[in-house]
Design a protein around this ligand. Structure first.
Ligand code: GLN
Length: 303
């Protein structure tokens, strides 16, 4: 299969479509990005790599970071983690605060913001220098020390993240935040500000395609933990569009409001896309279309 040609064709077809969606503006710093950026990157399990377009330009990975924080937290706590966060799709947007669901202070899943904030709190309890330790973890996964936070994005979200502050306070009132709310939010905003290229993203997520081992074979998760995280990506990775992504693309994956998407085919490959324009559900418009064409053309979906 000529993967490089397929990626180039997808890129050429989609890059000129007039309808590219809308760049996220609720985090003011994210609005500065060029809407015409478009990159695709494919990393096969045998390390064959293909890229096209802006695959080497860093962008804000935002909610994609929630998969990495979940992986590290699960590594620390084991299955006890699921006592504090559930694994059901929410059918609601990422920033939805359902008071009834939070009746017991247990967020629906680790990828809506409330769930990710609990996961950040877990990491804070285990790390000695949380921001540094988390960054080192991500660098180790990707084997790339050039990965960093984007401080301007973190500060921008910190200044405007009132709904996340509300979620954290609500969770704290139920006893499901163990550290100081202020510290949890500060860590969460930094985590979301991680800046990566499509190439770095695919390398970082290689372990989810490889039963918990990164590209050098280093073990970060057990095969069972990797399986469970892939299941949560499939059912919850796109919020109230998770059904649509499974239907159109047919892979576990995760989106972020920076316009990135990463998707995984266990035992086969990992693919990442970046196009900053979002659809009305907050997922990259062209990224979803690109992945739909890729799995349809190659037949490489999990279904
Ligand atoms: N940091 C963003 C927020 O909490 C992440 C949202 C996302 O990428 N969907 O709002």
């Amino acid at each position: 299969m000529e993967y490089q040609n397929i990626l180039e064709e997808i890129h050429a077809t989609l890059k000129n479509v007039p309808e590219k969606g809308t760049v996220a503006s609720y985090i003011p710093e994210l609005e500065k990005v060029n809407i015409n950026r478009f990159g695709l990157y494919l990393l096969m399990l045998n390390k064959e790599e293909h890229g096209t377009g802006d695959f080497d330009i860093p962008f804000s990975i935002q909610s994609i970071s929630k998969v990495l924080s979940l992986a590290k937290a699960l590594h620390f706590t084991g299955a006890d983690l699921w006592k504090r966060v559930d694994v059901e799709p929410s059918g609601n947007p990422f920033n939805f605060l359902a008071l009834l669901e939070l009746e017991k202070g247990i967020p629906r899943n680790p990828f809506i913001n409330a769930g990710a904030i609990v996961v950040s709190d877990i990491l804070l309890s285990y790390f000695s220098d949380p921001k540094k330790d988390f960054l080192n973890y991500v660098r180790e996964l990707a084997e790339d020390d050039s990965i960093n936070y984007n401080e301007a994005v973190a500060r921008s979200e910190k200044a405007t993240g009132f709904r996340n502050a509300a979620a954290a306070n609500l969770l704290k009132s139920f006893g499901n935040i163990h550290n100081k709310v202020e510290n949890v939010l500060d860590f969460y905003f930094y985590q979301c500000s991680l800046s990566m290229t499509c190439r770095q993203l695919a390398r970082t997520f290689y372990m989810f395609a490889n039963s918990g081992k990164n590209a050098s074979g280093k073990v970060f998760l057990t095969p069972s933990q990797a399986k469970r995280i892939n299941a949560v990506m499939l059912t919850c990775g796109f919020y109230d569009e998770a059904g649509e992504f499974a239907f159109e693309v047919g892979l576990p994956g995760k989106s972020g409001v920076g316009g990135g998407i990463v998707a995984v085919h266990p035992e086969k490959y990992c693919i990442s896309t970046w196009s900053p324009g979002l659809n009305e559900k907050g997922n990259s418009l062209l990224g979803m279309q690109a992945l739909e064409v890729f799995t349809t053309r190659t037949g490489l979906s999990i279904f």
